[in-house]
Design a protein around this ligand. Structure first.
Ligand code: FEO
Ligand code: CA
Ligand code: CA
Ligand code: CA
Length: 663
């Protein structure tokens, strides 16, 4: 936004720059000279995590070259024929599988929605239709069915250059967008709930479903729950009580709860605020730590609440996890302040041994933290109303990964340590609103951009995807973030030693260090059975299958050229001799990123979300070589019709013989 940006950069540049720099100024607690200590704890980890001999070898090997013909290493549910790295205009799935388009941007969601017409878009239509840039996907079975349920989908952001006729390219700042287009943008954000059904082996969206719902930035009111509800920092002229927020933004990943609700995570909320800058402002320090105002969108030109000069408290009302009851389309979504305010990637929920709801969530920024919330109350099977109170009260902690392979959860509780009034934390609400600064104060480990933190509900193992951090210098590496200039990311595994997720005795290990294992400088670590197509870069979302494999979705952004392949889904072994072995299963079209892998409970369907086809790095594709626009996109996936723009879509994958995915 030319007028709004404090940086004078385009949105794409601002987003990239913000991610590059990070906003955490602290030095953290770890230094590079303890990196060697991590190899000394292998014996402990073997016991604690049941790691095999093959894994110990993997972990102790700085570099493993791929040996292509190692198909002898098999893991349950990884028996498919691997596809190849590459990039082209469409999607690809392993042989013997079907990948069908389930729902696309603009398809009807709410009863009475008009059909999609890219040349006659309106906010009114968009608010009833499937939104843009689908990220998280969750499946809620109806009456326990694996073939009939509600799909809960996040719409993270908008890609104007391929949405609107005449909008220009990604290099433009889109400051000429009209209020009507801004209203469409706001209606294309948020979430969708759709009813879906599998009949005669084929999934379809149930038309005119009573459950069909759109949640948007511009029109859906949400209540504020937890310690920050009604706090001074949340009060605005439009909401003098600080308890009712209009909308949600940048809903990236999320999670489904055991009690049947849907959590959507507000990630890069800072980007939606504009203003003249923060120097001398009473909020200057906290704004800076959160990158506010980001100036990626020009909404503040028309709506004062997105201009921090006009409404300085509005940014405090975003950056939360939001709980939604998909079974009741009239229900009011609830912002969960007890779980802290940061750039939430997602939320993974598990019930602890003694019944507490435990939620893991990453803060997706270079050098930011991984958090855990433990509810005060306990889960009651079958009592949804009571369970929906669980995330309103509890203890938020932040992770410190120690060199001896243990993980300490540092509680963010007002009055403890430096979390006192004299250090800027007069009450618990302030600790939660400024969770990042509280994390700084307690000495959490600064991570390489925590994306999804996924829990294997069967084994209790937790997998944290650290997507990349090219700004980490050699003197900033630590045992949990061991590579400087980490362009390809890694995956950390952790679990409670005694199986108690609410406890404080955890062990951790690095599952894989991503990137090309045949290039020594990359420092990748994979199981040697990984083929030349089996390694990947920049892990983002993931799902666990019934056999305990992690199905990893990647997001390389504009830098896909570094790996030479478009994003996709890789199955990754976590146990036994296949531990650390990747295998490529699905690939997205040019310019897209892969999101939302989600299995049905029977393991026979895998939903994946293809976000922003044609957008990222189109100019680096030799067959195109320029930026995409609405008129001239790098691909018209998935419709491939003249005049029809590329459309973010949910793809449903099934095995042609009707079996379990991967079997
Ligand atoms: Fe929206 Fe962290 O990805
Ligand atoms: Ca993500
Ligand atoms: Ca997931
Ligand atoms: Ca992403």
């Amino acid at each position: 936004m030319q007028e709004s940006s404090v940086t004078g950069m385009t949105r794409a540049e601002a987003r990239e720059a913000a991610e590059d720099i990070g906003s955490n100024p602290t030095n953290g607690s770890s230094i590079g000279d303890i990196i060697s200590a991590r190899f000394g704890r292998r014996g402990f980890l073997k016991g604690a995590l049941g790691v095999s001999a093959a894994t110990a070898l993997l972990g102790g090997t700085a570099l493993v070259a791929p040996r292509a013909a190692q198909a002898a290493v098999m893991a349950p549910h990884m028996g498919f024929a691997e596809i190849s790295h590459g990039v082209d205009e469409t999607h690809h799935v392993a042989k013997g599988y079907s990948a069908d388009i389930l729902v696309r941007w603009g398809d009807p969601v709410v009863k009475g929605a008009p059909g999609f017409d890219p040349m006659a878009q309106s906010a009114k239509a968009q608010a009833l239709q499937f939104g843009y840039n689908n990220d998280f996907v969750g499946y809620l079975p109806l009456e326990g069915s694996a073939e009939h349920g509600l799909l809960c989908v996040n719409h993270e952001y908008t890609s104007e250059e391929v949405m609107f006729p005449g909008a220009g390219s990604q290099d433009d700042d889109f400051s000429s967008l009209t209020i009507d287009q801004v209203d469409i943008e706001m209606a294309a954000h948020g979430a969708s709930v759709i009813e879906i059904k599998k009949e005669a082996g084929k999934w379809t969206v149930v038309p005119d479903s009573q459950y069909g719902r759109r949640i948007t930035t511009g029109a859906t009111y949400m209540t504020v729950t937890g310690p920050a509800a009604g706090h001074e920092l949340l009060k605005t002229a439009a909401d003098p009580n600080g308890t009712l927020v209009l909308g949600t933004v940048n809903n990236c990943a999320g999670g489904m709860t055991p009690w049947g609700t849907y959590i959507t995570a507000e990630e890069n909320f800072n980007g939606y605020f504009m203003g003249s800058g923060v120097d001398g402002h009473p909020y200057a320090k906290t704004y800076k730590r959160y990158g506010i105002p980001g100036g990626w969108y020009g909404w503040g030109r028309f709506y004062d609440r997105f201009n921090v000069n006009e409404t300085p408290n509005e940014p405090h009302r975003f950056g939360w996890l939001v709980e939604i009851d998909p079974m009741d389309p009239k229900s009011t979504p609830r912002k969960l302040t007890a779980l802290g305010r940061f750039k939430h990637e997602g939320a993974s929920v598990i019930i602890s041994k003694d019944g507490h709801a435990v939620v893991y969530s990453g803060d997706d920024e270079r050098f930011d933290y991984i958090y855990r919330f433990v509810s005060a109350g306990t889960y009651t099977e079958g009592d949804k109303a009571a369970n929906m109170k669980l995330l309103e009260e509890g203890t938020l902690s932040v992770a410190r990964f120690d060199a001896d392979g243990s993980l300490e959860w540092l509680p963010l509780v007002q009055g403890q340590g430096k979390l006192t009034a004299e250090h800027g934390f007069p009450d618990q609400a302030t600790v939660l609103i400024y969770a990042r600064l509280a994390g700084d104060a307690v000495g959490a480990t600064r991570m390489d951009r925590p994306e999804e933190v996924e829990v294997d509900l069967k084994t209790g193992k937790v997998y944290a995807n650290l997507t990349n951090n090219t700004k980490r210098k050699a003197d900033q590496v630590d045992p949990a973030n061991p590579r400087a200039d980490n362009a390809f990311g890694h995956i950390i595994e952790f679990m409670p030693k005694d199986g108690d997720h609410a406890g404080n005795s955890f062990a951790w290990d690095i599952l894989v260090a991503c990137g090309d294992p045949s290039v020594a400088e990359v420092g990748a670590r994979w199981n040697p059975a990984t083929s030349t197509n089996g390694w990947f870069a920049c892990p983002d979302n993931s799902a666990v299958d019934a056999a305990g494999n992690l199905w990893v979705a990647t997001d390389q952004g504009e830098s896909w050229k570094k790996s030479g392949t478009a994003d996709g889904i890789w199955a990754l072994g976590t146990e036994g001799e296949a531990r650390g072995m990747g295998k490529m299963f699905f690939r997205v079209p040019i310019g897209a990123e892969m999101c939302g892998p989600c299995f049905t409970p029977d393991g026979k369907t895998l939903f994946v979300a293809v976000q922003h086809p044609a957008v990222d790095g189109a100019r680096d594709w030799d067959r195109f070589g320029r930026d995409s626009t609405f008129e001239d996109p790098a691909t018209r996936w998935p419709d491939f019709k003249d005049g029809m723009p590329p459309r973010p879509s949910i793809v449903v994958i099934t095995k042609d013989d009707g079996g379990v995915i991967g079997s």
